[in-house]
Design a protein around this ligand. Structure first.
Ligand SMILES: [Zn+2]
Length: 166
């Protein structure tokens, strides 16, 4: 795990990785996983919706839609917002699948992320308007037989979704 080695508040060099206390300003350092949401959107016929990533990291690989929660945003609200932004639809949020610890390469750091997955469905007949900045195409794959996915937490969530949706 990459750590910059500086106090989050005053920027002084730290003697150890968090958890620790800054020797310069006394600020307690904690490195916490950042929450994200992931959507396992089901079609009612045993398939889920995947997007092909258009940008780094892991560009070109398939993924489930989703993204980071904003500071005070409820994960369920973040899930609906991400569907609006990435797919142009109002999803119907279903059961909570689970939370999984992963890593995300961002701005030269490997961040711990806590990926929160929900089942979801699309409104009947709604056209998908995939954001081309985020994804180059979309496809439906069997829930029980996914393609190689961008992040390991997605594989774990899909396995649990099979049991939940079964
Ligand atoms: Zn400090």
């Amino acid at each position: 795990m990459t750590f910059a080695g500086h106090c989050f508040r005053c920027g002084a060099a730290l003697a150890a990785a968090p958890p620790c206390v800054c020797g310069a300003c006394g600020y307690e350092q904690h490195l916490n996983a950042r929450p994200t949401v992931g959507l396992i959107i089901l079609d009612g016929a045993g398939r889920f919706l995947a997007l092909r990533r258009a940008r780094a990291p892991r560009a070109g690989l398939w993924e489930t839609p989703g993204g980071f929660c904003d500071g005070w945003e409820e994960p369920a609200d973040a899930a609906r917002r991400e569907a609006r932004e990435e797919l142009g639809v109002e999803i119907e949020l279903g059961a909570f699948v689970g939370m999984y610890l992963g890593g995300y390469e961002f701005q030269g750091e490997l961040l711990p992320v806590l990926d929160c997955f929900f089942l979801a469905t699309l409104p009947a007949g709604a056209p998908l308007l995939v954001d081309p900045v985020e994804a180059s195409e979309y496809a439906w794959f069997p829930l029980a037989d996914p393609p190689p996915l961008a992040f390991g937490t997605m594989d774990r969530a899909l396995r649990d979704a099979v049991l939940l949706a079964g």
